[in-house]
Design a protein around this ligand. Sequence first.
Ligand SMILES: O=C(O)C1=C[C@@H](OP(=O)(O)O)[C@@H](O)[C@H](O)C1
Ligand SMILES: C=C(OP(=O)(O)O)C(=O)O
Length: 426
Amino acid sequence: MSVPHWPAPVAHAPVDATVALPGSKSMTNRALILAALAGEPVRVVRPLRSRDTELMAGALRALGAGVRDEGADWHVTPPADGALAGPARIDVGLAGTVMRFLPPVAALATGAVAIDGDPRARERPMGPIITALRTLGVEIDDGGRAALPFTVRGRGAVDGGAVTIDASGSSQLVSGLLLSAPRFAKGLEVRHEGPPVPSAPHLEMTVRMLREAGAEVEAGEDVWRVGPGALRGGERVIEPDLSNAAQFLGAALVTGGRVTVPGWPGDTAQPGDALRGLLAAMGAEVTLGADGLTVRGTGAFRGIDADLHEVGELTPVLAALAALAEGPSRLTGIAHLRGHETDRLAALVTELNGLGGDVRELPDGLEIRPRPLRGGVFRTYDDHRMVMAAAALGLAVPGVLVENPATVGKTMPGFTDLWTAMLGAA
Ligand SMILES: O=C(O)C1=C[C@@H](OP(=O)(O)O)[C@@H](O)[C@H](O)C1
Ligand SMILES: C=C(OP(=O)(O)O)C(=O)O
């Protein structure tokens, strides 16, 4: 059955809104893994409820952890004596966090754990984590593909030790190994060798959340060490998803209005925090105060030259904003986005140019020259952030029809309602 396109609403006046955002995908899925591996129950406070996090909860339940609703929170009970067990079939959907964080957990379980996902999941980089787990003595049947689908045949324990991997394709390859490492008998040293690892804040998030759960972690230049030891229970409070704030805050810039996101943390490892500097560079007035982060349009709307290597997931929305700005932009350091939910560089070039834009793909990014855009269908390639990017464009371009808007449910099922409510407040 074909789903109708979503006509992205035009802003007929400057937005003036306060938008409370759901929890961070990256923090929720880390908290769930660390809780399932802990020695005591954990309450995950204000988790994100979305496709990616429900898939993670389902995967951990399939291995014997209890994950149950307690109001808006999740109460996680690790299996008795930490004894995770298959056999199980795990669906990772298109979630990078599930496909990279779950296999090391499966290695700690007993029995065959078959892991697969959406067709595109089979194309996302997985080889380095499969090789690393094998180096640590874990048996994996991947039919020689070095990709999904594969089966992990865990023995209930992993010795641990040292591995070297090339994580230039995704920081999640390192995070996945580190998150399970406290349960490895000897802990783990992970060393990266290769072109630079992207998404440094996400690695910092992994280190911080491991420490918060009681793990001993040392982080150096391209080397991380996690000591063996029990992870503790208690409460893990999830921050609002700051990357998912991009299009809402961007709306203030596009319309010359004001948007406040309450609960913006003063000290965070989320890459979305970089929006403060990036939107200011594009001309917004940005203030962080007790009521949250407020972005105001000032009338200036400049293009930017930005290296987004550390904050790649902000690219689709920033590219949409750049297409509406007064001057050209260069977004670089993001070659690895070709391995995301879709090839994001190709998708952005195709869809922005399809509306009359002038976007050129660079070896490691995008060059965007603003031009008057026209309405038309904006394809989203099963990529939640393409829906968010299209919504930002639609503020200023009448007739943007967003294909398969439900795909935004990967990280934000309530997106179109929140978006409409923000505009309704204008
Ligand atoms: O660890 C995480 O939670 C994430 C790391 C990043 O992945 P890459 O390093 O593959 O870009 C980011 O893009 C993704 O949305 C979430
Ligand atoms: C790259 C992203 O997701 P994933 O966790 O699937 O890698 C993203 O959310 O932009």
